[in-house]
Design a binder for this molecule. Structure first.
Ligand code: PHB
Length: 394
């Protein structure tokens, strides 16, 4: 009896404490759940592996708690299939009540989840997908990767400024490839060059027939875009078709010489010139410690540009939660993310408050052997580049 009374009293005291504190300690101790949807299997699994590793590293370094709330990461494998991405996003929102959706390894995957982010008013942090229009699919999308036009326009300018007159483009036939093709063609032809366009299917690509056509056309350079994870396969066929020795230079956005695969490509990759926002060889103290910590936590795996998108995405979520004092209300988090600026391993970045895209340096890089390993060595910097597609619409 006494025990029961004591228990009741204790319960009442606890209730009073809860009411008195309002959304204080009890509510504040609720975990903030982040639903990370990634291709963890299938042809784009390297993207999932890199982003998950980066997100876990960020939590390890900054603590599994922010603004008084424990952080819980829920990772789901969408295998690179858009229908599955959408279903997983729905489950994470409805069943797990995640505060943020994040990841999105390919454009169709990011687009499939956008209506759910809008309906549920949950921020969707796009850490990988890079078609320019993605941020227009929902006011809740904020992007920490890049856009293909953002990376490509500087490449076209570099090619035109370095004696190239005739270029063939070869791109994966979907959103980011078409963006890269258009950005390169518009910029390069405006500078007086000529361009032929070829497109190869995204799934199970066979580059050989296209490479034969490139060899026959004999351009100064081949501009190539394939998504992260596919570069090694492309380089193998580029070598087998004899293009490596044909005098046709290889250029493009940096996806083809992705740091995850680059070191295994061999000498064929030497001297390939690309433009992008991240290289593991980026020369800054912040990047050196990022690369070191990432390798140490992942059995020597080198971080690529997907990893940095994931790492910065986590930074954005943590900092937004600090700004809201731990409140995970979706519209408040998105507001907090707009205009945020920080020093990333890639260099200085900010979130454009108007477009929710990332503003960042684009570097022109050349593949070189450094201490026995292949790296994209940056030799020119174009500072604070915005997505040119949205900038042109204004
Ligand atoms: C995309 O599908 O948006 C995408 C995927 C991989 C890349 C770039 C873009 O490397």
């Amino acid at each position: 009896m006494l025990n029961r009374r004591a228990a009741l009293l204790a319960a009442a005291a606890a209730m009073t404490a809860t009411i008195a504190w309002g959304p204080g300690p009890a509510a504040a101790a609720d975990p903030v759940k982040i639903g990370l949807i990634l291709p963890m299997s299938g042809p784009f699994a390297s993207t999932g592996r890199q982003i998950e590793a980066a997100a876990r590293l960020y939590i390890q370094q900054h603590g599994a708690e922010v603004a008084g709330r424990p952080v819980e990461l829920i990772v789901r494998d969408d295998t690179g299939t858009a229908d599955l991405t959408k279903r997983l996003a729905q489950e994470l929102v409805v069943n797990d009540r995640v505060a943020v959706l994040a990841g999105f390894g390919l454009t169709p995957l990011a687009l499939s989840a956008a209506p759910i982010a809008t309906q549920a008013k949950v921020p969707q942090v796009v850490m990988a997908a890079a078609t320019a229009t993605i941020t227009e699919a929902s006011p809740f999308i904020v992007r920490t990767s890049f856009t293909l036009p953002q990376a490509t326009v500087p490449m076209a300018q570099w090619a035109a400024g370095n004696g190239m007159k005739k270029v063939v483009t070869l791109v994966s036939d979907y959103g980011p490839g078409i963006d890269a093709e258009k950005a390169f063609t518009d910029e390069f032809t405006a500078a007086g060059g000529t361009v032929d366009n070829l497109r190869v299917p995204l799934r199970n690509p066979d580059f050989s027939p296209f490479l034969q056509r490139v060899a026959d056309a004999g351009p100064d350079a081949l501009f190539v875009f394939v998504p992260s994870g596919v570069g090694a396969q492309f380089m193998k066929q580029f070598t087998e078709r004899g293009l490596a020795r044909s005098g046709i230079r290889l250029i493009g956005p940096g996806d083809v010489t992705d740091d995850d695969l680059l070191n295994d490509m061999g000498d064929v990759a030497l001297d390939v010139v690309t433009s992008q926002h991240y290289s593991a060889a980026h020369d800054s103290p912040g990047n050196k410690s990022f690369v070191e910590a990432f390798k140490a936590a992942n059995r020597g795996m080198r971080p690529n540009f997907m990893a940095v998108g994931g790492y910065d995405g986590m930074h954005l979520i943590y900092e937004a939660l600090k700004t809201t004092g731990g409140a995970s209300d979706g519209p408040a988090l998105v507001e907090a993310m707009k205009g945020m600026a920080w020093e990333s391993p890639r260099g200085p970045v900010s979130i454009d408050p108007e477009t929710r895209d990332i503003v960042q340096n684009i570097y022109i890089r050349k593949v070189e052997r450094v201490n026995g390993e292949l790296y994209n060595v940056e030799f020119e910097t174009i500072p604070a580049v915005k997505d040119p597609v949205k900038a042109a619409k204004k």
